[in-house]
Design a protein around this ligand. Structure first.
Ligand SMILES: NC(=O)c1ccc[n+]([C@@H]2O[C@H](COP(=O)([O-])OP(=O)(O)OC[C@H]3O[C@@H](n4cnc5c(N)ncnc54)[C@H](O)[C@@H]3O)[C@@H](O)[C@H]2O)c1
Length: 358
């Protein structure tokens, strides 16, 4: 078992990384002082795979356990399904000291965290992330939320879990495309913060894609450490945390323009990372060698590195101006200066942005 601490004073918590550990979760939760009623929030895909192990473990530890399932898919991460979960929690008589468990990927983690933050003005919640993307990114850091039809993640809160419990073995059932989507976020951490992690991703590609446990454990732990360091310094994204958005500015624009149906989040981020590296070269920051290494690593993991030719540059720019990260229309980019170091810039002219797009 590996542990990473997220240091946020009284709201600090541990990220525990291990294997075959779902049956131990009940005992671990018993160390907290929670009410005996617990609910698991999940979807049928993930619950059918891992729900029983967790229910048995919780019951063995003395908890009364119920579960609430919502349909599988990003389109169900909305206020209506959040309301449905709230209703089920009330029916199951969860109280102010109860805990809910998010069992699934980022969609389940985000909606469960949001519900936990508003149910009876806030109850405990635990993340059991089961996609690579949620293990290295969305389960840590306390951003919760649901989508609005006018924008993704537009309704939400900052609300930290009490524990993040990662069982790497859950990745064995994850579709390959979803696994690669998570890899994009790990490449991101390497580029913005850790050249050694980037080198490891280059050298151990076959081990990682072959789901070698030690390699996965290393990259997941290192990613959680980086996210934790950044979040501990800037929980509410008033500065530093924004560097975690490397690849996301245009990535989100691509997702919006393609109606969230053509690319997975990590695929859009992969194209965005290559775009921001190009932009960085254009304005004289990262050298061509660095740019080439970033593109090669994205390609090596079978992720898309080039923006689709059919997308219109002006439309992408207009989406970027509307993004919630843009302040008064100024588009912010995270630009790598070299592998392992990045800066946040809001002063890039449109000519250079268009040049990098095309
Ligand atoms: N809160 C944050 O900081 C943050 C950060 C990044 C992304 N996100 C959010 O995360 C979401 C994307 O998360 P995601 O990529 O995990 O997608 P997801 O939650 O939709 O999961 C992807 C698919 O994999 C399935 N699945 C999950 N675990 C599985 C397993 N072990 N075996 C088999 N199938 C499994 C799911 O049912 C789903 O069909 C988006 O809504 C995004 O906005 C949030």
């Amino acid at each position: 078992m590996q542990k990473v601490s997220v240091k946020l004073g009284k709201r600090s918590y541990e990220v525990v990384i291990g294997r075959q550990s779902l049956s131990d979760i009940g005992e671990r939760i018993r160390t907290f002082v929670f009410s005996p009623r617990i609910a698991i929030i999940s979807n049928p895909t993930v619950f059918n795979l891992y729900g029983d192990d967790i229910m048995v473990s919780l019951k063995k530890a003395g908890f009364g356990c119920s579960h609430v399932l919502i349909p599988d898919g990003e389109e169900y991460k909305d206020h209506l399904w959040a309301y449905y979960i709230l209703t089920e929690l009330l029916k199951n008589r969860l109280d102010r000291n109860s805990c809910i468990i998010a069992l699934g990927g980022g969609v389940i983690g985000d909606i469960t965290g949001f519900v936990a933050s508003i149910y009876m003005r806030g109850i405990h919640f635990i993340q059991i992330p089961t996609t690579l993307l949620s293990q290295v990114d969305s389960s840590v850091g306390g951003k919760t939320g649901v989508n609005h039809y006018l924008g993704k993640n537009m309704i939400g809160t900052f609300y930290q879990p009490r524990l993040v419990w990662i069982d790497i073995d859950t990745l064995t059932t994850l579709p390959q495309r979803e696994l690669l989507s998570g890899i994009a976020e790990i490449i991101k951490y390497g580029v913005i913060r850790d050249e050694k992690l980037f080198n490891f991703m280059e050298q151990k590609r076959d081990n990682i894609l072959g789901l070698d446990f030690e390699s996965l454990e290393f990259i997941i732990k290192r990613s959680c450490e980086i996210k934790s360091e950044v979040v501990s310094q800037d929980e509410r994204e008033s500065g530093l945390r924004a560097i975690l958005n490397y690849g996301h500015t245009i990535g989100h624009a691509v997702e919006t323009e393609t109606a969230y149906s053509r690319f997975l989040h990590g695929e859009a981020v992969a194209m965005g990372m290559h775009f921001e590296a190009r932009l960085s070269t254009i304005i004289g920051l990262i050298n061509r060698d660095g740019l080439l290494r970033i593109k090669s690593l994205i390609d090596a993991y079978h992720l898309p590195s080039d923006l689709p030719r059919d997308l219109n540059a002006d439309k992408l720019i207009s989406h970027m101006r509307l993004d919630k990260k843009a302040v008064t229309g100024e588009i912010k980019f995270t630009l790598p200066e070299r592998i392992g170091k990045a800066v946040l810039r809001g002063d890039i002219n449109v000519k250079d942005i268009k040049k990098a797009i095309t």
